[in-house]
Design a binder for this molecule. Structure first.
Ligand code: UT7
Length: 328
């Protein structure tokens, strides 16, 4: 083990279902309109995995397969698989185990990380520590969510926001100064009811009553979450910049969780970054929860240069928050 050993993203993969759910489609489902959705959220369409036989593990596997094939890595070389998700195929076994089997990662162990929209940042920091320890050489970090499986398509407060998708990165060790430099992570369970799914766990196991009361769907107090998210994402992004003595001129890209374009803009403003330095694809995919950040990395990978300073930043249910400083 070397103290200069860091975890570098050596490959990125993704998966997006073909089916699109547009604002016009939503106008037919709930009392809403395209203009309201676009101006309040920045979203014009989302992807939906319609095949009822396919869960989150299918998308996670597809994204991870692309990442390892691009890297030219044999599946047997993978040491660990971390899947960030709030929509696992099952409560258990972990989605990571399903991915491990289908990819043929016969030497890997894995588990799921449940931290809602901050899940990918949490999983990436965990994967980075595995690499830095010297114990593991190749770690797959996946963010994947089939949000359509927990959305009530009669609830306009949530159904307009979320979409399905997956992104995956391969982490390998490097001593050239690039890779994960630092991260800050927080959680605050004080107001857990503001963004949650109450049914299906050990507190409210599935029953006729939980189904009738719609407890297997996501519930959100949008206005309050919006305020908290706007403040927390900007705060934690500034904190990681200050901790690493970075000013806005040092940051090549903000890679924000894609919850609402107005939250992304407010975070960038506080960091002193122009829109040309902010990754945003919320218009096309909506909020894919744990998948938003790796999907941004996938879409922007050709524009990234070795050594670019990236700030990844997220806020989500829990509440959870995370910011990670990555040298590309
Ligand atoms: O990713 C995890 C973290 N999640 C987030 O960060 C999401 C945070 N929240 C949000 O993005 C926003 O709060 C929403 C997009 C959910 C809602 O936007 P908002 O600007 O906070 O709207 P609002 O809830 O304050 O509602 C404003 C108005 C209300 O009407 P009145 O009372 O002003 O007459 C709502 O009834 O807009 C109405 N409204 C809608 N109208 C058309 C609420 N939802 C809709 C809708 N279509 N879908």
């Amino acid at each position: 083990m070397s103290s200069s050993l860091k975890a570098r993203i050596t490959s990125v993969g993704h998966f997006l279902p073909d089916d699109k759910l547009t604002n016009a489609d939503l106008e037919r489902l709930v009392e809403t309109n395209d203009e309201w959705i676009r101006t309040r959220t920045g979203i014009t369409e989302r992807r939906v995995l319609k095949d009822p036989d396919k869960g989150t593990s299918y998308m996670a596997e597809r994204a991870a397969r692309e990442a390892i094939e691009k890297a030219g890595v044999d599946p047997t070389e993978i040491d660990a698989i971390l899947v960030a998700t709030v929509t696992p195929d099952y409560m258990f076994p972990a989605t990571a185990c399903l991915v491990q089997k289908r990819l043929g990662c016969t030497n890997a162990f894995g588990y799921d990380i449940l931290a809602a929209c901050s899940g990918f940042v949490y999983a990436l920091s965990t994967g980075a520590m595995m690499i830095e320890s010297g114990r593991y050489k190749k770690v797959l970090v996946i963010g994947a969510d089939k949000m359509s499986s927990i959305i009530d398509y009669t609830d306009r407060a949530t159904c307009i926001i979320f979409g399905d998708g997956a992104g995956a990165v391969l982490l390998e060790g490097t001593e050239d100064g690039t890779g994960v430099q630092d991260f800050i992570q927080r959680c605050d369970g004080d107001e857990d009811e503001l963004l949650c799914m109450r049914g299906g766990g050990s507190k409210n196991p599935a029953s006729h009553a939980t189904v009738e009361e719609k407890m297997h769907f996501i519930r959100q107090d949008g206005k309050t979450v919006f305020k908290k998210a706007t403040e927390a994402m900007a705060d934690i992004s500034m904190e990681i910049m200050e901790k690493n003595t970075l000013d806005s001129g040092d940051v090549a890209w903000l890679v924000p969780h894609q919850a609402n374009q107005r939250i992304i803009d407010a975070t960038a403003r506080r960091m002193g970054l122009g829109t040309d330095k902010v990754m945003s694809n919320i218009a096309f995919y909506g909020n894919t929860t744990a998948a938003t950040i790796p999907l941004c990395l996938y879409d922007w990978q050709d524009k990234l240069n070795r050594g670019d300073n990236l700030i990844l930043s997220a806020f989500g249910g829990g509440f959870t928050a995370g910011a990670l400083y990555l040298k590309w």
